[in-house]
Design a protein around this ligand. Structure first.
Ligand SMILES: CC(C)(COP(=O)(O)OP(=O)(O)OC[C@H]1O[C@@H](n2cnc3c(N)ncnc32)[C@H](O)[C@@H]1OP(=O)(O)O)[C@@H](O)C(=O)NCCC(=O)NCCS
Length: 166
């Protein structure tokens, strides 16, 4: 794989060829994870794109690239939504999600997008901290938005990040 990089984390477009990798990552992050078919259907929606983060393998030792995480975005005109982001359990707290969001912002800004939105469960502290650190602000709340497998209903917060215009 070749792509943009930050430290030892590289980014490539999430094409259909990487969907099996993405499905294997998604199951590590969500109770209601998306299988390959669901991810392929999403990638087919106009305006949807993804980025895959990986750690390049050591070429001197014929090492394989290690998938670290991915993000999926849907954009319409000048707005975009993060529809999912996940990092492999073993790769968390190493800046992978921050790198993915920075990569997304770079691409969105280059395409004239001015506003990014997302929904996050009120009890998802890692994600809430991530988004706060990336400059997202709360703009709404959806009551009982998530149905948990243990029967609980959990609210979602709607967060927004407006890009500075140059
Ligand atoms: C949320 C998630 C994507 C974060 O990925 P990550 O690569 O570990 O995040 P990063 O290493 O880039 O961390 C960036 C910041 O997020 C916050 N953060 C990340 N994990 C955290 C944790 N477990 N506890 C508290 N804050 C956390 C911190 O502020 C962190 O900055 P710091 O390390 O400098 O303190 C990851 O935990 C994950 O895949 N979770 C399951 C799926 C999920 O909940 N996705 C979001 C749905 S809205």
């Amino acid at each position: 794989m070749t792509g943009s990089s930050s430290g030892n984390i590289e980014l490539v477009p999430l094409t259909a060829a990487f969907v099996p990798v993405a499905a294997a990552l998604h199951v590590q992050g969500f109770e209601d994870c998306w299988d390959e078919d669901a991810l392929l259907r999403l990638l087919d929606v106009p305006g949807t794109f993804g980025l895959l983060a990986f750690q390049p393998g050591d070429s001197a030792q014929n090492g394989a690239d290690i998938p670290l995480g991915f993000v999926l975005i849907q954009s319409v005109v000048d707005e975009a939504e993060i529809i999912t982001i996940v990092v492999a359990s073993a790769a968390r707290r190493m800046g992978v999600a921050k790198t993915l969001i920075a990569g997304v912002e770079e691409r969105l800004c280059a395409n004239g997008v001015v506003r990014m939105l997302l929904e996050v469960a009120v009890d998802n502290d890692p994600a809430l901290n991530l988004y706060q650190g990336c400059g997202f602000e709360k703009v709404g709340r959806r009551k009982g938005y998530y149905d948990r497998h243990d029967g609980r209903k959990v609210d979602a917060l709607v967060l927004e990040r407006v890009f500075a215009q140059s």
